[in-house]
Design a protein around this ligand. Structure first.
Ligand code: SF4
Length: 255
């Protein structure tokens, strides 16, 4: 599933409410630094010269969409950057966020600006600064062991470690939302399961170190590129959330 417009929606999202979606990756291909087994956009494809919308095109598309919504007498709850890959890869990401916050202030000041990111670009100062301008930084950590993170997310940068991701995430001093997709299955003969006792213990420890303001856990919801994946039940997601809730963490479940 790919998004073919820069500004789309409103989409009534199970996690975010009435969301105006922003696509700043190529409109015809996925471009990502992960290749998650559960990605709704499918597997990464070779992309030699990715064509990204320019800062100006993004600004114009958003303003036009906000004007249309205003004429229709409606407003988004949230302006959400996600879509066909990893939005922080855009070379003008920070400027785009600055434009977005200015347009939000002009047309719908109560709307939040949110970015869903896979956390892999948090080593770049401009990306961290841009994310700090947003209301919600929703940052991925699918597993807290290198082995399982690599099996689930298949980072393009193969040497990426959980330790590096953790160090980057700590830059926000807990002022972010942590997102984790729980799943089980198999890919290329390897077991995928971040719900085992060992994996959960490592993940709980990571959450306690990061102390995010919210933890969003969710399950696969649509068709996935790897077919041999299993959706985790609501009951099991409640059991996964319970120890964190008991310690005072705000945990939301989309299942
Ligand atoms: S990080 Fe997101 S866009 Fe990238 S492969 Fe994973 S699910 Fe897909």
């Amino acid at each position: 599933m790919l998004f073919s417009e820069i500004a789309y929606g409103l989409i009534h999202s199970r996690r975010f409410g009435a969301s105006l979606g922003m696509e700043i990756m190529p409109l015809t291909h996925k471009l990502c630094t992960f290749n998650c087994v559960y990605c709704e956009c499918g597997w990464n494809a070779p992309l030699n010269h990715p064509v990204l919308p320019t800062r100006e095109e993004v600004k114009c598309a958003l303003e036009k969409k906000l004007q249309t919504l205003q004429q229709e007498g409606t407003k988004p709850d949230v302006i959400t950057f996600s879509g066909n890959g990893e939005p922080t890869l855009h070379p003008d990401f920070k400027a785009i966020i600055e434009d977005t916050c200015a347009l939000r202030d002009q047309y719908c000041p109560s709307a939040k600006v949110s970015v869903l990111s896979n956390s892999t670009q948090l080593g770049r100062a401009d990306v961290v600064e841009a994310l700090r301008l947003c209301d919600n930084r929703i940052l991925k950590l699918d597993a807290a062991t290198d082995e399982m993170m690599r099996r689930i997310d298949m980072p393009v940068q193969k040497e990426l470690t959980v330790q590096t991701l953790m160090a980057w995430l700590k830059q926000f001093n807990g002022d972010f939302i942590l997102q984790t997709c729980f799943l089980r299955g198999e890919h290329n003969g390897q077991i995928i399961d971040n719900t085992t006792q060992e994996e959960l213990e490592a993940w709980y420890k990571a959450v306690e170190q990061l102390r995010p303001k919210q933890v969003m856990i969710y399950v696969i919801d649509r068709k996935t590129p790897e077919e041999h994946l299993e959706k985790i039940s609501r009951e099991q997601m409640e059991r996964i959330a319970a120890p964190l809730r008991a310690k005072g963490f705000d945990v939301s479940i989309s299942a």
